[in-house]
Structure formats: structure tokens, C-alpha cells
Design a protein around this ligand. Structure first.
Ligand code: ADP
Length: 449
């Protein structure tokens, strides 16, 4: 029913029965309007009386109430649409900020004034572990920092507390503050921290912590300074020798040709030692700084060994060593970088030569074992004292009996050898008895494809 439809005025009733009937009929016109309104639909139009009677005021009232409700509903709907749009903007903005915070790579944690964590982004969770996801926890528990010695930084000295207490930004990084670490299972990661107190007028509302994993940076930095220190220490000896013999050659006018030759030989040896050292150092730096570029290819280890033996032939002959080589005729090529293969065999065979007594014997075996080349270099030299054997592949390590037999070692050869063997997917190990000899074993996977 619409407002335009005529309604019968009550005043047209001639008796009470008809009045009641008309009244009932008139009021009934409101039933569907109220029924709709009851379920939130206020669109019903009240049929307004054509002529004025007792119900006119009531109907007009209901009409205006519904009109007012419709207006309010329209207003509310408009506000709701605006609210939805605002909510959408907020949700988009939140997602954008979250993506930025998760994508910046730095961990961000915020804490309130009582040190409770109230936010942690994804990179922070990766660094601090899943427990950082649970908000409301104590920052000192989540950020359990260790010093270089592995001791926990106590709460009283915790940088977050310090920043909140002093209301000043606190920074720990490669250049500033003591090194700080976070434990991740068996591993320790070095972290850089910037803690900025959130200052609101006279009170500190908490702190924002920016965390960064600087383990790689710090390892590289350490490796660089170690390489510089090795280079300066190790090069000193041959440089001093060259200086000493050159000075003698220049100073002494009455040297015999044999003496001159001997001094020249020493200069030459020291120079060769320096070249070997620089090569070894370059390899150490490539391994430690992760800049080693290898080009694996199919290689016949027998020809690599032949080259190495040729290079060492003068030394082998001078020391009157017997070198027996036996190799399996069915050797498959190995898949390895040519320079690495050369360095591996050169270090193992030159050590066997270096640490053998004059007149000793060296046995070299090249065998095919399933899908691997198996190399054995066995000598009868000074051997390695049992209590020092576990350190033999460590950078710069020389056994106590080594300098007596060979003065010019650097302790870098086996470190480089092991790294190269492992990069080729192989393994290296040894057996040794002091004063009896050593056997070094290497396995390198054969080329399969
Ligand atoms: P170095 O330049 O001192 O030979 P390496 O890294 O090649 O350095 O070897 C490390 C140490 O291992 C040596 O100093 C020596 O003590 C021991 N070593 C290596 N090979 C042998 C060997 N065949 N016999 C006895 N000792 C060896």
C-alpha cells in the first residue's frame, strides 16, 4: 500500500460497528509496514488519510517517525560505507607497513616501559626464534645476549634496560660497543643492535630495537685481519733471509764463486718460499672470504700426479727418495677444478717429500673405488705426534716435530687441501705414527655424467 491510496475516513462511519470495522481496517494497513520495520526494513509508506479524523495524527506521526528512521538509516549506511572505506585504507596501510617491516631485512622489536615485547617483525622472529612471536614477554628473556666468551649479559647490564633507563639511543655494531651474540641452538650469531627509547614528554613509553645479523660481516672482517697478520708474520722470515744474503753478497768482496753461488741459492730459495706463501695465502683468503671460484671438469688424476712429480723431481733426487707410483688402469676421470686437483696432490706429495728422512720411500696409490678416486700418499718420515693429530687441518698449525725436519713450512697447506677436497665433494683423512711415517688418504668423486 502506498500513501497515495485513498483511505476511508472514520467520520464516514454511521454506527459503532461500522466505526470499529473501519478502525480495524485502517489500523490493519499498518501491519505489513510494522512487520517490515521489525526486520529492519523501514521502506513501508504509511497511507495518510485523505480527510482528517481521529487517526490522522497517529498516522502522520508514524509516517514522520518512519521517514526520520529512513533518513537516519541512510545516514548510518553512508557512515558505514565511509567506515568500510577507511577500514580498507587502514588494512591496506597496515599490510603495506607490515610488508615493509618484514622486508627490510632488519629485525624490529618494540617493548613497552615495563620491557614487555609488544611487536616483533618476521626478521626479528628468525633471529630470536619463534618465542618472539608471543607478545607480552620480557625483552631480556627474548633478547638473551651473550658476550664473546659466551656469558649471558645480565639484566642489570642489558642494553634495552640501559636505553630505557638513560633515555638515550644505544648502538652496538662492528665499530661500536662490545661484540654481542644471540644463541641459535649450537650456533652463535653476532648481532648489531640499535635501541632507541620511545620518549613521550617526561616519560619513557618503551623502546624500539633494530637488530641485524652481522655474523658474516664479522667473520669476513676477522678473516681479513687474520690474513694480513699471517702475511706479515710469515713473509718476514724469507724477506729477512733475502736481505741478509743480499747484504752479505754486496758487502763481502772476497767471496769464492762457491760461496756466491750458495748465497744466491739461499736468496732463490727464500724467494721461492715467498712465492709459495703468497699462493697459499691467496687460496686461504679465497676460502675464508668465500670468493673461491672453481671450474670443475673431468680430469685424469694420473696426469696431474705426473706433473706434480716432475715439479718435485729435483727435491726428490736431492733427498735421494724413492717414489713408487701405482695406479689402477681403470681409473675414471674425477670431476674437479684443475688448479684444486694440482694443489691437493702437490701439498700431499711435497709434505711426504719434506717430512721424509733422506733416502726414504714414498708410495703413491691411485685406485678406483666404486664411484670415487681413492688416493693414498704414504711416507716413512717423521710422522705426527698423536696428541697433535686432531689439529693438523687447522690453519697455521705445525706439529712440534715439523720445524726440525722442514724449517720453511707455513701450516697452510693442509688447511687449503682439505677445503679444496671438500669443495670437490670429497674427503681427506690420515694415519700417522711419530717417527714411523704418515699415510694421507683422499677420496674424490668420479665424473658420473
Ligand atoms: P706445512 O707448510 O707446515 O707443511 P701443512 O699444512 O702442509 O703445512 O701441514 C701442517 C702440519 O702437518 C705440518 O707442519 C706437519 O707438522 C704436519 N704434516 C703434514 N704432512 C705431514 C707428513 N707427511 N709427515 C709428517 N708431518 C706432516
Amino acid at each position: 500500500m502506498t500513501a497515495k491510496e485513498p483511505t476511508t475516513s472514520l467520520s464516514s462511519a454511521t454506527d459503532l460497528a461500522e466505526y470499529q470495522q473501519l478502525l480495524h481496517k485502517r489500523l490493519k494497513t499498518l501491519t505489513p509496514i510494522f512487520a517490515k520495520a521489525a526486520i529492519g526494513d523501514f521502506s513501508g509508506q504509511v497511507p495518510l488519510p485523505v480527510e482528517e479524523d481521529e487517526l490522522s495524527e497517529f498516522f502522520v506521526g508514524v509516517h514522520f517517525i518512519l521517514e526520520a528512521i529512513r533518513e537516519k538509516v541512510a545516514e548510518l549506511e553512508e557512515s558505514l560505507t565511509e567506515l568500510h572505506a577507511a577500514n580498507n585504507i587502514i588494512a591496506n596501510e597496515k599490510a603495506r607497513v607490515q610488508a615493509i617491516l618484514d622486508g627490510i631485512g632488519e629485525g624490529i622489536v618494540t617493548v613497552d616501559e615495563t620491557w614487555r615485547v609488544n611487536y616483533a617483525n618476521e626478521p626479528a622472529i628468525i633471529l630470536l626464534g619463534e618465542q618472539a612471536r608471543i607478545l607480552g614477554q620480557d625483552a631480556a628473556q627474548i633478547l638473551r645476549l651473550e658476550d664473546s666468551k659466551g656469558n649471558y649479559v645480565p639484566e642489570s647490564k642489558h642494553p634495552v634496560l640501559k636505553a630505557i633507563g638513560t633515555r638515550r639511543r644505544i648502538i652496538y655494531n662492528m665499530a661500536k660497543g662490545m661484540p654481542l651474540f644471540l644463541r641459535q641452538g649450537d650456533e652463535r650469531r653476532r648481532v648489531a643492535l640499535t635501541i632507541t627509547p620511545i620518549v613521550q614528554g617526561p616519560k619513557t613509553a618503551g623502546a624500539a630495537i633494530v637488530l641485524r645479523d652481522i655474523t658474516e660481516e664479522s667473520n669476513i672482517d676477522w678473516a681479513k685481519s687474520e690474513i694480513i697478520s699471517i702475511a706479515s708474520h710469515q713473509l718476514r722470515t724469507p724477506l729477512t733471509a733475502i736481505k741478509w744474503y743480499m747484504a752479505a753478497l754486496l758487502r763481502e768482496d772476497d767471496l769464492t764463486p762457491a760461496q756466491t753461488k750458495k748465497y744466491m741459492q739461499r736468496v732463490n730459495d727464500a724467494n721461492q718460499h715467498m712465492i709459495d706463501l703468497v699462493d697459499a695465502l691467496l687460496n686461504v683468503s679465497r676460502i675464508d672470504l668465500g670468493t673461491l671460484t672453481l671450474q670443475p671438469q673431468a680430469l685424469d688424476l694420473r696426469s696431474v700426479l705426473a706433473d706434480v712429480l716432475k715439479e718435485l723431481s729435483v727435491e726428490i733426487a736431492t733427498r735421494k727418495l724413492t717414489v713408487n707410483v701405482s695406479s689402477n688402469s681403470q681409473m675414471l676421470p674425477v670431476f674437479i677444478d684443475a688448479n684444486s686437483a694440482h694443489i691437493i696432490l702437490q701439498n700431499l706429495v711435497s709434505n711426504a717429500v719434506k717430512y721424509s728422512s733422506p733416502g726414504g720411500q714414498i708410495d703413491i696409490l691411485l685406485q678406483q673405488q666404486n664411484q670415487n678416486a681413492f688416493v693414498t700418499v704414504k711416507d716413512q718420515g717423521c710422522g705426527i705426534p698423536a696428541d697433535q693429530q686432531r689439529k693438523i687441518f687447522t690453519k697455521l698449525f705445525r706439529a712440534t716435530n715439523a720445524p726440525r725436519v722442514a724449517t720453511d713450512g707455513s701450516g697452510l697447506g693442509l688447511y687449503v687441501t682439505k677445503a679444496f677436497v671438500e669443495r670437490a665433494g670429497g674427503k681427506i683423512w690420515f694415519e700417522s705414527v711419530e717417527n714411523k711415517g704418515s699415510s694421507f688418504y683422499v677420496i674424490i668423486p668420479s665424473k658420473t655424467a
